[in-house]
Design a protein around this ligand. Structure first.
Ligand SMILES: [Mg+2]
Length: 301
């Protein structure tokens, strides 16, 4: 294989791990192992394997539950899952496939069949990921687009419903962007949006939040487990970073440089509300930031 693909093997039986690992290593795959459902979820989220081989019968969290959680998490929903099952009852296999697994192999393993299925699904998975990325990445900034943002927000909201921690959202846009383009041209406008995308991308690397290009001159940053005060402070650091960069704006009534306005909202997810309520609340704050003079975070700390 010219490119090395990583496979996560999940089985509570060390002997199975050994046999599977040997077959896959021999075929040129990179191998990671987990011996429980909990370990599997953690490994899947951090290493993003190209494929997961998942035992169904495990003590504690079984393979069905692991699959359900993998598919409910935006970080892992697209990783193909093949079930390892000792049971050949059709009913069980159907249940597994309905949870989003792509295939299954029965124990004891036939190396040739196993490798054929692994190869097929790694290849399909790579194609699917490419398609997925093309429809979820904004071509101008190479950031996740609004469509991707909506699905990440929905997943984060579902997760937050079960917890105590709030979700926060920062919506921001460039002040007087139309005048900027009117004077410098739309190509310079594109450059400015790309520049801002890179600046924001670096800022979210430091504090791991989800950044998306919301469209046009607007960006969204979702902050999990974050209350209003912390979100406002984060937003303020973004505002200052843009200001401190001193990017020339030839037509801003606010001064010589490019500035941004930011709306911040934080909500405790609850059944009576919807994820879109968080967006509406942040959007309302962004409008207020504009109305109160721009180049500010609203509500101001
Ligand atoms: Mg087992």
């Amino acid at each position: 294989m010219s490119e090395k693909y990583d496979i996560l093997i999940v089985d509570d039986n060390p002997q199975n791990l050994k046999v599977l690992g040997a077959i896959l290593i021999e075929a040129g795959y990179g191998i990671h192992i987990a011996q429980s459902g909990e370990q599997a979820l953690k490994a899947a989220e951090t290493m993003r394997p190209d494929l997961i081989l998942l035992d169904i019968m495990m003590p504690g969290m079984d393979g069905y539950e692991v699959c359900r959680r993998l598919k409910a998490d935006a970080l892992t929903e697209h990783v193909p899952v093949i079930f390892l099952t000792a049971k050949i009852e059709e009913e069980d296999v159907v249940q597994g496939l309905e949870l989003g697994a792509v295939d299954y192999v029965t124990k004891p393993f036939n190396a040739a069949i196993l490798l054929a299925r692994v190869k097929t699904h790694v290849r399909l998975g790579v194609h699917q990921r490419l398609l997925f990325e093309q429809s979820n990445i904004d071509a101008l900034t190479l950031l996740p687009n609004r469509r991707r943002f909506d699905s990440v927000l929905a997943a984060a909201w579902r997760k937050a419903l079960h917890g105590e921690l709030p979700l926060a959202l920062v919506l921001l846009d460039v002040d007087y962007f139309d005048s900027f383009k009117d004077v410098l041209g739309s190509s310079e406008g594109d450059d400015l949006i790309r520049w801002l995308a890179a600046l924001l991308d670096e800022a979210v690397l430091v504090s791991p939040h989800f950044l998306a290009h919301y469209g046009g001159k607007e960006f969204a940053i979702l902050l999990a487990d974050t209350g209003l005060q912390a979100a406002v402070e984060f937003a303020e650091t973004l505002r200052l970073s843009v200001l401190d960069a001193e990017v020339a704006h030839p037509a801003s009534p606010l001064g010589a440089y490019v500035t941004i306005s930011l709306g911040v909202a934080s909500l405790q997810a609850q059944a009576a509300l919807d994820a879109s309520d968080l967006v509406k609340a942040a959007d309302q704050q962004l409008i207020l930031a504009k109305q109160h003079g721009r180049n500010r975070v609203y509500p101001s700390p």
